[in-house]
Structure formats: structure tokens, C-alpha cells
Write a protein that binds this ligand. Structure first.
Ligand SMILES: NC(=O)c1ccc[n+]([C@@H]2O[C@H](COP(=O)([O-])OP(=O)(O)OC[C@H]3O[C@@H](n4cnc5c(N)ncnc54)[C@H](OP(=O)(O)O)[C@@H]3O)[C@@H](O)[C@H]2O)c1
Length: 376
């Protein structure tokens, strides 16, 4: 692959209107980290869009047995990516300045020397944010990749970034295997208007027949989670100034307490949920989004001694085993529930790779609902 030059988003736009753009097969674009972001909100200037020549014929002749060439059609924005752009390099998918970002993508196979993957197959995967690339057998050993053919079409391929992708497997694994709901139990879910939280709420209600309480920011989002995702109750956490406030708000809708808490946020949510947890209660620790922009995270305070005679359980987890089919039957189950109309999809789409930084920022400002995706 020959690099044309380091394009900023605006340079890239002029390149993409040049005659070279006429032959799309020559172009590969990537989103590259321009500078580390250790604290605060990531800004568009922290990233740049780079355009490169992609010599498809050479790529085909270089392809090893077991490898294939992909065309990426859409990119995800996910909260975990915040940790990958810090200078400490601690995250498994951490990137260096000048390198393409790592994240989840969907696309199709354009050439293959792998018997499991055919030309035209639709896939979801964790890969660098590069629109045309070779996937070698070595990369396949290290990354999560799953087949979307049969579950989606070109029209709804972006479902592979949400309900049929990493966030969907998070909701599925965290609920079915970590919390293990029983009919009639009460579940509290934070970040309930987000991708994971919304799915947990729908699955808990529609599949496991639980009472669902969701927390989200503002009355409009509260109405949204009740009307679209079918939550029984919505709590506006922005009205809670303290743990005690949130405990009172929970008590109003769950006077006997909660049986399960799906933790996406951290801070006062965790403490209020723990204080409201009934005997035999479970907490699935999925994410702490309220702390991701802080250099030093705030710590929660709680007393685990209370858990002994109440037989309560707190368990952290990462979605990958469910995503790649090592635990449970995520794709088959969620695809079926989707077809049966038990789950609905709400997406916010940004069109154009140059919109990715803006879309990423929206994760932390909360100015959208559902799964945010960027089409290329
Ligand atoms: N363990 C795993 O394997 C795994 C996998 C995927 C995701 N996760 C975690 O799951 C959580 C949700 O991910 P997602 O993909 O559903 O995200 P998402 O769709 O982007 O939703 C994020 C939501 O978080 C809320 N939020 C942002 N800042 C907040 C704050 N300071 N306090 C309270 N709420 C805040 C916003 O809603 P409001 O407007 O309501 O504030 C926003 O809509 C994240 O913590 C993520 O890291 C974990």
C-alpha cells in the first residue's frame, strides 16, 4: 500500500473529489491518531483521515492461504476506544500516534483464500480503521470476527456494530450468564438509552419477563426508553445530586429493592444500586462510562461485608466469549428475537468517515439515542 500523503479531513475531502476518486478500488482511507488524549473530551483535532492507494491486484497476488481482503462499509464508535488513545498504552487495543485506530467494523469480503470465508460474505470484526485491508491468518488468530451473512443484508449491515455485534453480545452475555434473571425479578440498568443498556432492558422484559428500571439523562430519554424499549420505569439520574437521592428515586419505583443491577456508568449509580440490592441480588459490572474522561477515576465506596449473609454477587465480565460463540448462542438467539419483533433497533447514523471524530465525541455528551454508527 502506497501512502499518498498525510491528509487532514479537509485535504482528504479535496483528494476524494479529484479524478483519482473515480476509481474507488484504488482508495483506502483510515482514521489515524494525531495526538494522545489522556483526559477530557476527545476533539476532532485529535484525529486525522488519511487516504492511501490500495493496489488490489498486488494485494491479491500477495495473499497467503487462509487470508482474505475486506472492504469496510461502516465503523463503530464505542466507549472502550476512549482508553485506546491514552499515552499509557495499557489497553489491549491501544494505538500509537500516527497509527490507525482500532475498533469494530462491518464489511464484505472482496477476495478470499480461506475456505470458511467466501467472496461477498458479510462480516463484523475488531480491526484497524482502514477501509480496504488484508486480513492475514495471523490477524484472524488474534481478532474477534463473526459472520453476518444470513443475519443481515447490505441495507442493515450496521446491525453488526450494535445488536448483532459487540454491544449485543455484551447485553446478552451480561444478562443471561452473569445476572441469570428469573421471571418476575426486578432489574435496574444504567445508561439505559445507550446500545447495551437498551438491549439489556428489552431482553430482560421481553425474554425473561422481568420488571425493568432504566436510568438515563433527562425526561426526553426517559420517555424514549419507556416508549421504544418498553422499560417499566425511567429514572432521570441528572436529578440526583447524591447517592441518597438516587436510592430514594429507586425506592419509589421498586419499594422492595432490586434483584439485579447492570452497571454501565459507575459513580453514584453503583453505590445506590448496591444499597438497594435485595438478598440474593446480583450486579454485573460492564462499564464505568462516567469515569472514562477522568485522568484519575473516582472510586466507589461500599461495604462488601453486607454481602455475606445476603448471598449477593458482583461480577465483572468482557463480552468476547459470547461474541465469538465460545459461550452461549448469541448470534442465533438475538437474531431470532429480532425477527420475532421482541427486540427493536434504534440507530443514529453519521455518514462519511470524516464524521467519525464528531460521532465519537457524541458518546460522551449524550446527544443521541441508541447505537451510533459511521457509514464509510
Ligand atoms: N464489558 C464489556 O465487554 C463491554 C462491552 C461494551 C460496552 N461496555 C460498556 O458498556 C457501557 C455502555 O456502552 P454502550 O456501547 O451502550 O454505550 P453508548 O451506546 O454509547 O451509550 C453511552 C451512554 O452513556 C451515557 N453516559 C455518558 N456519560 C455519562 C455519565 N457521565 N454518567 C451517566 N451516563 C453517561 C449517555 O447516556 P445519558 O444521556 O443517559 O447520560 C450515553 O448515551 C460503557 O460503559 C461501555 O464501556 C462494556
Amino acid at each position: 500500500m502506497k501512502r499518498l500523503t498525510g491528509f487532514t479531513a479537509s485535504c482528504c475531502r479535496s483528494f476524494l473529489t479529484s479524478p483519482l476518486r473515480r476509481d474507488l478500488s484504488l482508495t483506502s482511507q483510515s482514521i489515524v491518531l494525531k495526538e494522545f488524549v489522556d483526559s477530557g473530551l476527545p476533539e476532532p483535532d485529535h484525529f486525522k483521515i488519511q487516504a492511501e492507494l490500495f493496489d488490489e491486484e498486488k494485494a491479491k497476488s500477495d495473499l497467503q492461504d487462509g487470508g482474505f481482503i475486506v472492504e469496510v462499509k461502516a465503523l463503530s464508535v464505542d466507549p472502550f476506544q476512549r482508553a485506546t488513545i491514552r499515552s499509557d498504552g495499557k489497553h489491549k487495543s491501544a494505538v500509537k500516534v500516527g497509527e490507525p485506530l482500532n475498533g469494530f467494523v462491518v464489511g464484505n469480503i472482496t477476495h478470499s483464500k480461506n475456505s470458511h470465508w467466501k467472496v461477498g460474505d458479510l462480516f463484523g470484526a475488531g480491526l484497524p480503521f482502514v477501509t480496504r485491508q488484508i486480513v492475514t491468518p495471523e490477524i484472524l488468530k488474534k481478532t474477534a470476527i463473526w459472520k453476518l451473512t444470513g443475519h443481515v443484508t447490505d441495507e442493515n449491515l450496521t446491525y453488526g456494530l450494535g445488536i448483532l455485534g459487540m454491544p449485543g453480545s455484551t447485553a446478552y452475555g451480561g444478562l443471561t450468564d452473569i445476572l441469570r434473571p428469573k421471571k418476575g425479578e426486578t432489574i435496574f440498568i444504567s445508561s439505559a438509552s445507550g446500545t447495551v443498556g437498551g438491549l439489556v432492558g428489552m431482553m430482560a422484559k421481553q425474554i425473561f419477563e422481568c420488571k425493568t428500571i432504566g436510568s438515563c439523562g433527562g425526561p426526553a430519554k426517559g420517555e424514549f426508553i419507556k416508549n421504544v424499549y418498553g422499560f417499566d420505569h425511567a429514572i432521570d439520574y441528572k436529578q440526583a445530586k447524591s447517592v441518597d437521592d438516587l436510592v430514594i428515586m429507586l425506592k419509589e419505583v421498586a419499594p422492595k429493592g432490586i434483584d439485579m443491577y447492570f452497571e454501565n456508568v459507575g459513580g453514584i449509580h453503583f453505590e445506590a444500586a448496591f444499597q438497594s440490592l435485595r438478598p440474593g441480588g446480583r450486579i454485573a459490572v460492564c462499564g464505568f462510562i462516567s469515569e472514562y474522561n477522568n485522568d484519575i477515576p473516582n472510586l466507589s465506596s461500599f461495604n462488601p461485608m453486607n454481602m455475606i449473609y445476603t448471598h449477593q454477587r458482583i461480577e465483572g465480565f468482557v463480552c468476547i466469549p459470547w461474541l465469538i460463540g465460545k459461550r452461549g448462542t448469541f448470534l442465533a438467539d438475538v437474531s431470532k428475537w429480532l425477527k420475532e419483533g421482541k427486540l427493536v433497533v434504534h440507530e443514529t447514523k453519521f455518514n462519511g468517515i470524516e464524521k467519525w471524530p464528531q460521532a465519537f465525541q457524541a458518546l460522551f455528551t449524550g446527544n443521541y439515542k441508541g447505537k451510533i454508527v459511521v457509514t464509510v
